[in-house]
Structure formats: C-alpha cells, structure tokens
Design a protein around this ligand. Structure first.
Ligand code: ZN
Length: 141
C-alpha cells in the first residue's frame, strides 16, 4: 500500500497486487490512528471477493473467484470494539460486463486498487444493534 497524497483531509491510497483488501486499509487506519473517515471512491480489480447481502437479521455471502473490475467502491471508517472498522460496498464487473455487488467482506487485490478517502475528526463508532447489525453512531461528548 502506498500513500499517494494526503492533503486537505483527502487521502489517496494505492493497494497493489496480492494485498488483502479491505484488511490492508484497516491496517493503515490502525497504524496511522485514523478512526473516522468516508471512503469516497475506489477503482481497480479484486479477486477471491467475498460479498454479502444483509436481509435484516444476517448476511448471505457468496464468493466471486475471478478477477473482477471494480466499478464502484465506497463506505466509511469508524471504531468498532476498539479498532478501526472499514465498512465498504462494492460493484464489480465480470468478463461479460455483468455487474454484481454487495457488502465487501474480503478480497485480494488482483491488479490495483486506487482509493480516495475523506478524513474526519475522531468520533464515529459502531455499536451492536441486534443480530449482525452494528449501527454507525457519533455520540456527543
Ligand atoms: Zn454493508
């Protein structure tokens, strides 16, 4: 992972082939003390992608093995149980240009991921809200 730019609250990162994603992003947040952010956009390619869909109680998951084009990637960063939690949703295109997508659990960077984030002041947290759902909150201090 490389920090290409970090200025005016915007961070532009590049993740390279073979890196775990979004694990490497969570590691970057932990190492730099980044607790709250909006992931504005990302492009690139992922493989071995585990995506899911929440049905109101739990996630249904599927694994997409092929190397797929990232059409869109966005979400946020908050603190969950004392560590940065990266919540991302992704749309991916296969070799037929068919799009699939969902909540991103894990993947491997198969070419590159170029990602832009907007850094926020600390304060975003995830709290359990029933089942697998953790609500995003910004408690007033
Ligand atoms: Zn989600």
């Amino acid at each position: 992972m490389q920090v290409l730019k970090r200025e005016n609250g915007v961070i532009l990162l590049r993740f390279d082939r073979g890196e775990s994603f979004p694990g490497a992003l969570a590691d970057y947040c932990a190492e730099t003390g980044l607790e709250s952010a909006v992931v504005l956009c990302g492009i690139g390619m992922l493989s071995g992608t585990v995506i899911g869909r929440y049905d109101g109680r739990e996630y249904t998951r599927t694994v997409l093995d092929d190397s797929l084009e990232v059409l869109s990637l966005q979400g946020n960063v908050s603190m969950k149980e004392g560590a940065p939690y990266v919540h991302l949703h992704v749309s991916l295109a296969d070799h037929d240009f068919t799009a699939r997508g969902g909540h991103l659990f894990e993947a491997e960077v198969s070419m590159v991921i170029e990602l832009a984030m907007l850094e926020l002041s600390p304060g975003l947290v995830r709290r359990p809200a029933g089942g697998d759902f953790w609500r995003l909150e910004a408690p007033q201090t």
